[in-house]
Design a protein around this ligand. Structure first.
Ligand code: NDP
Length: 504
């Protein structure tokens, strides 16, 4: 039974394209530029977390389905149609895709809001950001370069070396993506790997696969050869079949640290290169000399945006003692101002969390936070209404080892901790198994730069919450991952190096 698109039509009008897509009885896989129905009896219902209604049904890929998708991607890599296509043609196809995404921005954003719960305005910016990322990497397709190098090798007197380093596409890439930013994160992987001349099998999260399936159809329309991009859907087992297959030449994964470690072990069985973008517990440090109004707004935005379901969310805030009470009060007031509603409601500031299961997980952390002695100073409850909503929540504690300070909650839950001086703040900020992002709020540039040096994190933002840009590499230290995506570094992760020497 599928009723949500009717609900949407009654309450908020959606585009004909999104409506037609959501009316499909069951969504198939996209393999070799064809829509393929599996024999697998297993399906998964996709639920709109704003109203608990079922909005679609996906097939769960069996080991055989996964193998078919891998064969398609591998063939498309080995037949060289894609990797030997001239760079300028590859660039053009990536721009064609970006143009089509621009044309389809509204239906894609609507589907994203329906399956994920995020605000429609945020879904639109997510798609726009993905378009920008495809255009950014389209430009890189024509700029891949190796280098010439001098060697000390001497064959015989009078002979010389002409040695160079050549960059080649790594091959077929397994792409595994979570539910919090399904289109952004898929794009951060697909755009550079396609610019590099690789092919892909993409598996979106079982919670939010629909916007990705909608995107899949655009690859064919844009003119990508068959097999270059393949999309399968399924559960963790389908993902495991993908990451353990020795035909896969590279794995790129974004998700929890726990699953990242499982995938890492599977990758090592075949010595498959791997990039991991994992969890975070990112600190924000507010010094007493900061623009305190801007800091409170920025910290609130950094944790409550997208319901805190953001890997780089600033979920711990260290506030200098002299201004602790005032800044904390302002952050709480920012949270209280937020209007919780369906993502389609133009007055909404905060949508639901992604699923009932996730709401339960976040609520369990809130309960454990209170049991462990942290003071719940704001929020903590779900409003009495349909859907997976949770109030912006703030804890206060002086115990940096507290579970609510150390564990990734992945919800709109902030913990505030007072500090005396810079050294104190940096020691507590770095005392975490994670090292993804961080932010520092101060008007003193020397102090800001000292924090930039000292913070053990892949990102440091000064006087701003963390925000992604196609040209800014993203990735974590410690348990937050291996490797970087975005920027030039995010392209070269899909290229392998060949050393060549010609003796003449
Ligand atoms: P997971 O890490 O479990 O899932 C991420 C992706 O990995 C999904 O596509 C999932 O597929 C897939 N997957 C799961 N198990 C395997 C496996 N054994 N082999 C291959 N692929 C697999 O994240 P969850 O969605 O369960 O979220 C749990 C927690 O993870 C959150 O509460 C949050 O703390 C963290 N998280 C972090 C993110 C980040 O950006 N760093 C993003 C999302 C979550 P499927 O969904 O089909 O099971």
């Amino acid at each position: 039974m599928r009723i949500s698109y009717i609900y949407k039509m009654e309450n908020f009008k959606i585009s004909n394209a999104a409506e037609a897509f959501l009316k499909k009885e069951q969504h198939d896989f996209f393999i070799n530029n064809k829509w393929v129905r599996t024999d697998s009896p297993k399906t998964i219902d996709i639920v709109n977390p704003a109203n608990d209604s079922i909005v679609g049904k996906i097939s769960v890929a069996t080991a055989e389905d996964v193998k078919n998708a891998i064969t398609s991607g591998k063939r498309a890599f080995q037949n060289k149609v894609w990797r030997d296509m001239s760079p300028i043609k590859r660039e053009q196809l990536l721009h064609n895709l970006a143009d089509l995404m621009q044309d389809h921005l509204i239906p894609m954003a609507e589907i994203l809001t329906i399956e994920n719960g995020k605000l429609l305005s945020h879904a639109k910016s997510e798609i726009q950001g993905a378009i920008n990322t495809f255009r950014y990497y389209a430009g890189w397709a024509t700029k891949i370069e190796g280098q010439t190098i001098d060697l000390s090798l001497r064959q015989k007197p009078g002979f010389k070396n002409f040695a160079f380093i050549k960059k080649e596409p790594i091959g077929l890439v397994a792409v595994i993506v979570p539910w919090n930013f399904p289109i952004s994160i898929a794009t951060w992987k697909l755009a550079p790997l396609l610019a590099a001349g690789c092919t892909a099998v993409l598996k979106p999260s079982e919670v939010t696969p629909l916007s990705t399936l909608y995107l899949a159809q655009l690859f064919e329309l844009a003119g990508f050869p068959p097999g270059v991009v393949n999309v399968i859907t399924g559960d963790g087992e389908s993902g495991a079949a993908l990451t353990s297959n020795p035909q896969v030449d590279k794995i790129t994964f974004t998700g929890s640290t726990q699953v990242g470690k499982i995938i890492g072990q599977a990758a090592m069985q075949n010595l498959t290169p791997i990039s991991l973008e994992l969890g975070g517990k990112s600190p924000a440090i507010v010094f007493d000399d900061a623009d305190l109004t801007a800091a409170a707004k920025g910290v609130a935005l950094g944790i409550f945006r997208n319901g805190g379901q953001v890997c780089v969310a600033g979920s711990r805030v260290y506030i200098q003692k002299k201004v602790y009470d005032n800044v904390l009060a302002d952050i709480i007031s920012e949270g209280k101002k937020m209007n919780m509603s369906d993502g389609f409601d133009e007055k909404a500031d905060l949508g639901p969390l992604v699923s009932k299961k996730h709401l339960e997980s976040v609520s369990a952390y809130i309960a454990k936070g209170q049991e462990g002695g942290a003071q719940l100073v704001s929020g903590g409850s779900s409003p009495n209404r349909q859907g997976c909503f949770l109030e912006p929540t703030v804890f206060s504690t002086t115990d940096n080892n507290h579970l609510i300070v150390q564990e990734e909650v992945f919800g709109p839950v902030l913990v505030a901790i007072p500090f005396d001086n810079k050294e104190d703040a940096l020691r507590m900020a770095n005392d975490s198994r994670y090292g993804l992002a961080s932010s520092v709020w101060t008007k003193d540039i020397s102090k800001a730069l000292q924090c930039v040096d000292a913070l053990d994190a892949g990102w440091v933002f000064v006087n701003s919450p963390s925000r992604s840009d196609p040209n800014l590499p993203l990735g974590g230290n410690k348990n937050s991952g291996i490797g970087r995506e975005l920027g030039k570094e995010g392209l070269y992760t899909y290229l392998k190096t060949k050393g060549v020497n010609i003796v003449y």
